[in-house]
Design a protein around this ligand. Structure first.
Ligand SMILES: *Cc1c(COP(=O)(O)O)cnc(C)c1O
Length: 293
């Protein structure tokens, strides 16, 4: 059922041609770049493992994907976050709700590192926040191999990739395994942070992804009217729903730089749609913003 090649589609936005790699359509339950990153955990056997432990935000895409992985593997899933608001507890939604339905045990702790340590033993697998780890390479390499086939099949002679980064893991391993340029933008932290992450994971790479910055600085996970407007336009014109956290930053960066990038753009849709309901809820509660729309 899992991991057929994801669709590769041609679309237009503002009279410009884009190819989309639809990792959002990889599988109903296990999709997006977290599915790629956790692919090796899914396909390899871990006979001694009974539990997976991770930490991060209480609405993260990685958290949801880990809950699916744990369910499929019949592992206990312990997830540590900083805080769960009263509102979220009373109104479970988005990734949080779906992960709970998959059996996640979520623990709020002021000291995440310590709490994670408490749950680790020889039968536990620890997964870094956002799936930032070496094991991610296997699944992302597979995505790179699919892209090589897609590009050939569509006769693209000068393609380049664009995808927004969080940890930067996906962009890094894509560039490692592809002969054409990979462009990305930071969404968490700045360019220097992203570059440093890459050099820590792969100190001797010949070619790193190229960072494209947006003119304006945006804070991770914050609400911006222009993001909601762009997200809606992409949806109306392309008929594709993108993620509301990473993709508005990604498309802003790509559209700003498009005039001087040479070749045919391929945008990687990295999933995250399940998390949109909680973001939309936040936008709606910010009525002053919505009035503009
Ligand atoms: C996690 C995620 C990213 C960031 O991926 P990294 O490999 O951490 O850079 C981007 N988009 C979506 C939709 C994600 O879920």
């Amino acid at each position: 059922m899992l991991f057929l090649p994801s669709p590769f589609e041609q679309r237009t936005f503002q009279n410009q041609l884009f190819y989309l790699k639809r990792d959002d359509l990889l599988d109903k339950d296990f999709s997006g770049n977290k599915a790629r990153k956790f692919h090796s955990f899914l396909t390899h056997d871990f006979p001694q493992i009974k539990r997976v432990v991770s930490s991060g935000s209480n609405q993260s895409n990685a958290m949801y994907s880990l809950s699916v992985l744990a369910r499929l593997k019949e592992w206990e899933f312990i997830y540590v976050c900083d805080h769960i608001t009263h509102f979220l507890k009373e109104n479970p939604m988005g990734n949080y709700k779906a992960a709970l339905e998959n059996g996640m045990k979520i623990i709020a702790s002021a000291n995440r590192t310590e709490e994670v340590q408490r749950w680790l033993d020889e039968k536990s697998l620890e997964v870094e926040e956002g799936g930032r780890q070496k094991e991610a390479e296997e699944g992302i390499k597979r995505l790179a191999e699919e892209l090589l086939v897609d590009v050939k099949r569509h006769g693209l002679s000068d393609p380049y990739l664009f995808l927004p980064s969080g940890t930067g893991t996906t962009a890094l391993f894509l560039q490692k395994h592809l002969p054409f340029p990979v462009y990305t933008c930071p969404t968490v932290g700045d360019s220097a942070y992203l570059q440093k992450q890459w050099e820590m994971v792969e100190p001797n790479l010949e070619r790193y992804p190229t960072i494209l910055e947006t003119k304006q600085k945006y804070h991770y996970g914050k609400l911006y009217v222009e993001f909601y407007v762009l997200w809606q336009r992409l949806k109306d014109e392309m008929g594709v729903e993108f993620d509301l956290v990473y993709d508005p930053v990604g498309w802003t960066a790509l559209l700003e730089h498009l005039p001087h990038l040479e070749g045919t753009p391929i945008y990687i849709h990295q999933g995250g749609i399940l998390g949109n309901s909680s973001m939309e809820e936040r936008y709606k509660r910010k009525k002053t913003i919505i009035k503009h729309l």
